[in-house]
Design a protein around this ligand. Sequence first.
Ligand code: PLP
Length: 365
Amino acid sequence: QAQERVFNFAAGPATLPETVLLRAQSELYLWRGSGMSVMEMSHRGKDFTSIIEKAESDLRTLLQIPPEYSVLFLQGGATTQFAAVPLNLCAPEEPVDYVVTGSWSDKAFKEAQKYCKPSVIWSGKSEKYTKIPSLQGLEQNPDAKYLHICSNETIHGVEYKDYPTPTNPNGVLVADMSSNFCSKPVDVSKFGVIYAGAQKNVGPSGVTIVIIRNDLIGHAQGLTPVMLDYKIHAENRSLYNTPPCYGIYMCGLVFEDLLEQGGLGEVEKNNVKKAEILYNAIDASNGFYKCPVEKSVRSLMNVPFTLEKSELEGEFIKEAAKENMVQLKGHRSVGGMRASIYNAMPLPGVQKLVAFMKDFQARHA
Ligand code: PLP
């Protein structure tokens, strides 16, 4: 029996564009005259070389990445970058600044404590991670080697709308962009390092993308594992060892799709529209649904909300699933609900969720 695809509101791995999945399906067995699947190819052969080069070049076009930046396709998830960033950018005794706006930036900070001397210069913990600091209110250490932020907190649903200017000597801002990567245009030149796991907006899990300013490459601490050394990966164009070939191919198909949609400006317009529809429905529910996040910093990607009658949450999730809307349960650390509406969530998915929310309210208010 043919199964229907659901609207998948998961935070990641997350829904991918249908066109991309169908394209991958059509070339799964035989990739464009190569006589084999991408999974079976040598990572050093001409076919895979064309795949990874096209993926990089399309990503460069999408984000208008300046030439003095390297693009790396790595493994180990964004979690590995929590260690790689301090290992590559500073010495063990050097200070670095972290802004902690939610669980992910907190994890990044804690990992950095093993490799350098990080300080939390702002934390949203006492306000349950519902805010982003004002850009003027950040007291940075003038000697810090970098300033680290998480541009979108996947669990708490707070997103930077503008970025702080680093005041450290080398002007290094580092961002974990895992959950809003390629969801809107970004001025890459403001950053020293951008890193992102692919499994939200741009592909399957197993690929981690790092965009790094070239002058920051080549200063890794002596004990840095070879797999975490940006210099090794930059010099070998992400082919030092066997890369996650199939995942990189899938990311490449997503980049092509984003370009065909008209680029990240168009993508952002769609994301704003979807988020507006959902947040408006929450705010117009007379308190039946609530989003705790300060309005000006609400995420376009991850929309956490609670029910006034919290005892109905299980029922909400169960009924939604019956209507083919799945993965709406909030993260176990915060409870409630969370709808992740990444690039590939189509507008009809959000419209259907909002119609369901109104109906659920009418039946349970
Ligand atoms: N950073 C953010 C913002 C995330 O959302 C996640 C995963 O959900 C991570 C880091 C960790 O990513 P990974 O599981 O790829 O290590």
